[in-house]
Design a protein around this ligand. Structure first.
Ligand code: FAD
Ligand code: ZN
Length: 469
């Protein structure tokens, strides 16, 4: 087990010597941003934040940690939603931020691959791909600051999973510093490699509990020849599921995004952004934002058919990039608009796509029954069966009192998702926030296998302790 006393000053000096003057932060003000999570749920402490410049320095840091029995908290862009990158309060863990490791090592449009260091910001990888006329499809609202090491460690999802898969399905190979400091060079550019256990998968979604990802080779795709964005109004969520099937059938593999939005979300967006306009003359209860790699004719035909089948009530197809961007802004503004409205109890559940309407109906009843006046404002990636079933405090209620009820509601929502063969964490991971939920909902045999893998790779328990397991 990690030492629970403070770290000795001579050991701190050895850490500083490994990374050099540019690579460590000790000043309280400068450290502050590394010690709190994005949602302000956890405040940690650490004597030193290390910012290594290369894999060798990461390896030397980890070797020293193994020797001195010091726990490590890897950190990327620190945008995670579950407190996975925040150290404990005791001040006996070292934060290793990958920020300075942001080089693109290789890019090849013929192989359709890019190899990058773990600290590369997601948007920079997208731009590098575009510079050789390729697409790196992973896309989420935090893309301007999250890093690929964090994306892989949380197996991030986002808005293009429907067509391209989550972070896991975009990885070809990894370079990882193992808990004893050894560097595993698993960087491959291969689409096919059936040589036993696929070891990279262990580190993807591990949230830093099995090693530090220092680089990754990733898949690139051709850029879509045509893109069409539509915003539609629906009678109910069941219509969204029907429309999804219709869109997929008509566009072949070309439906890249299919997002669900409850009207309550748009009301909050309009309350905050008076510059944004409702795409329709009158309000509707449910909406979908759809993006297809298809031409306007196909989109018009699908939506026309859906209109005749009475699945959709109204629709706009963007005729310009600016109009498409405005439609996207409605979706992307939701999380911020919810925060703006007060306390928010968040969920990130998934169920089989066909069961989303039943999930929404049952979870809404559970929320209404638990807190009178609660504002049910779900949205999310319905194409993946992933709903952010978010609940905003009743108007005028005390924020803290509302948030105190989080657990009461969470259990009900997670039980409903589980009952529908779903997951209590679809894309945000576990971190420290959902660790108890993992114990509650994972099958005992699954959790036992996870514990055995952890013990085999990290017998000293120094890699991000207290997270996930
Ligand atoms: P961090 O928050 O720094 O770390 C996350 C976890 O990974 C921690 O456990 C950390 O220890 C570990 N870690 C980080 N880097 C490494 C490494 N190199 N090696 C080993 N472990 C490491 N998530 C989605 O899935 N879909 C979304 O649509 C989405 N939208 C978001 C929108 C906003 C506005 C925000 C703020 C967040 C959103 N997220 C979303 C959550 C978050 O952005 C993702 O989980 C992201 O992948 C985290 O990356 P990061 O670099 O910020 O990681
Ligand atoms: Zn999401």
């Amino acid at each position: 087990m990690p030492d629970t006393t403070k770290i000795q000053s001579d050991v701190l000096d050895r850490f500083k010597a490994i990374v050099g003057p540019q690579g460590w932060i000790e000043d309280d003000n400068d450290k502050a941003g590394y010690l709190v999570d994005f949602r302000n749920l956890y405040q940690g402490a650490s004597p030193l934040v290390l910012r290594p410049a290369n894999t060798e320095e990461v390896s030397d840091i980890v070797k020293l940690c193994a020797e001195a029995g010091i726990a490590i908290v890897p950190q990327g862009g620190n945008t995670g939603y579950c407190g996975g990158a925040t150290p404990n309060e005791a001040g006996n863990e070292i934060v290793v931020a990958l920020t300075r490791m942001n080089k693109i090592r290789q890019i090849d449009p013929l192989d359709d691959t890019i190899t990058v260091e773990a600290g590369c910001v997601l948007a920079d990888i997208q731009a590098a791909a575009e510079s050789v006329d390729r697409l790196f499809p992973l896309s989420l609202a935090a893309e301007g600051s999250c890093q690929i090491g964090g994306n892989l460690s949380t197996n991030a999802g986002g808005t293009a999973v429907l067509r391209y898969g989550n972070a896991r399905s975009l990885a070809l190979g990894l370079e990882v510093v193992l808990p004893d400091g050894e560097v595993w060079d698993g960087l491959r550019l291969l689409r096919k490699d059936n040589t036993g256990y696929d070891l990279k998968q262990l580190f993807i979604g591990a949230e830093g509990t099995l090693g530090i990802i220092t680089a990754a080779s990733l898949k690139l795709y051709p850029r879509p020849v045509e893109t069409c964005t539509a915003f539609v109004a629906l009678a109910d969520s069941a219509a969204a599921v029907k429309l999804l099937a219709r869109t997929k059938n008509a566009s072949g593999d070309g439906t890249t995004t299919f997002e669900y939005i409850d009207r309550a979300c748009l009301d909050l967006v309009f309350a905050m952004h008076t510059d944004l306009a409702d795409p329709f003359a009158e309000p509707h209860a449910h909406y979908a934002l759809i993006e297809m790699s298809a031409n306007q004719d196909i989109a018009e035909r699908v939506l026309g058919d859906a209109f005749e089948a009475e699945e959709i009530l109204d629709a706009v197809i963007a005729v310009s990039g600016a109009q498409a961007a405005n439609l996207w802004k409605l979706r992307e503004s939701i999380p911020e608009a919810q925060n703006h409205a007060g306390g928010v109890i968040r969920h990130d559940v998934s169920v089989p796509v066909s069961r989303v309407p039943e999930f929404l109906a049952r979870a809404r009843v559970a929320a209404d029954e638990t807190i009178a006046g609660i504002r049910v404002a779900p949205f999310g990636h319905i194409g993946d069966g992933n709903i952010h079933f978010n609940l905003v405090q009743p108007e005028g209620a005390a924020r803290a009192d509302f948030l105190d009820r989080t657990h009461d509601i969470e259990v009900k929502v997670h039980d409903i998702a589980t009952d529908l063969d779903g997951s209590f964490s679809a894309e945000h991971g576990i971190g420290q926030l959902k660790r108890d939920e993992l114990t509650r909902y994972k099958q005992p045999a699954e959790r036992e296998m996870m514990l055995r893998i952890k013990a085999a790779l990290d017998p000293q328990g120094l890699m991000n302790p207290g997270k996930v397991l």
